[in-house]
Design a protein around this ligand. Structure first.
Ligand code: ATR
Length: 273
């Protein structure tokens, strides 16, 4: 049976095996999907062993995405832009192809929630790996403006300069942000510590769409905060997780699974519904 897995550390709580097992069942593909948690300095070796032993493809998550970028034989254009790899496929001619499906997953999830990206003003919070992966797919949707704000402002400036050729992207310090924005995407890891990015509450209005790439069984700190200040449309990163997985599954198997039912089952599994 064709073997796939996700490399991460820690990875025990990953939902990827659950999601891909449902995709495989739905599309009648015979495959198994597992977990691998190599020590931080043993990822390269573990990756090599997995493919030497017949593995067909893998996902890569925190903290190995940047390392995976350096280990594959070939990069897709979107992985090259993201500077990180979250999906690897062993091609029929033995080439390890590195791809990045995170940004496509974000855009697909935003669209499935009915969010309009064309001609919109988007505020992206954070300038780390998650923000970098999102930038090219977001700019491809032709927003009128995409502003990056980051705690360390110089990192936002660097990122804006790097992606400037793809669209109207600028960096603004948190305290200088001028609304109104149509969509705020939180790509920071602040919610992990129950913290909030230092965003002025005056930027939240009833018609704004709020997206947090993080997710949990209950609202993230950022989503709770945005709701308290009047945001009516809030979305967490669970849909993005399922959509990036669907994109990876399509890369591996050449067949696109449906995501709606799988997302519902995942929510049930997490106790969200
Ligand atoms: P990831 O790969 O998830 O993007 P990362 O590369 O470590 O992770 O980036 C984390 C991002 O969250 C950074 O933009 C970080 O800001 P700094 O560049 O200033 O470190 C941001 N971040 C983390 N905790 C934060 C907090 N409490 N408030 C605001 N931003 C925070």
């Amino acid at each position: 049976m064709d073997r796939y897995l996700v490399f991460g550390h820690p990875v025990r709580h990953s939902k990827s095996p659950f999601i891909h097992t449902l995709f495989a069942r739905q599309t009648q593909q015979e495959l198994e999907y597992g977990l691998a948690e190599p020590a931080i300095d043993e990822f390269a070796h573990a990756l090599q062993v997995f493919f030497a032993q017949g593995g067909k493809g893998c996902n890569v998550t925190v903290p190995f995405k940047e390392q995976a970028f350096t280990l594959v034989d070939r990069l897709s254009p979107r992985a090259k832009r993201a500077g990180a790899v979250n999906t690897i496929k062993l091609t029929d001619d033995g080439v390890l192809l590195g791809d990045n499906t995170d940004g496509a997953g974000l855009v697909a999830d935003l669209k499935s929630h009915g969010v309009t990206l064309a001609d919109s003003r988007i505020l992206l919070l954070g300038a780390g790996g998650a923000a970098r992966g999102a930038l090219a797919p977001l700019l491809a949707e032709l927003p009128s403006e995409l502003v990056i704000a980051n705690r360390t402002h110089t990192k936002a400036q660097q990122l804006a300069a790097e992606f400037h050729d793809l669209g109207p992207v600028t960096a603004q310090a948190y305290e200088q942000l001028a609304g109104p924005f149509d969509l705020v995407i939180n790509s920071t890891s602040a919610s992990l510590q129950g913290e909030l990015p230092p965003l002025a509450s005056a930027l939240i209005h009833t018609d704004i769409a709020i997206y947090d790439m993080m997710y949990g069984a209950s609202d993230t700190a950022f989503i709770s905060w945005a709701k308290q200040h009047g945001a009516r449309q809030t979305m967490d990163g669970l849909g993005m997780l399922v959509e990036q997985a669907a994109e990876a599954f399509t890369v591996w198997r050449g067949i696109r699974p449906g995501t709606k039912q799988v997302l519902r089952e995942l929510k049930r599994n997490l106790g969200v519904i």
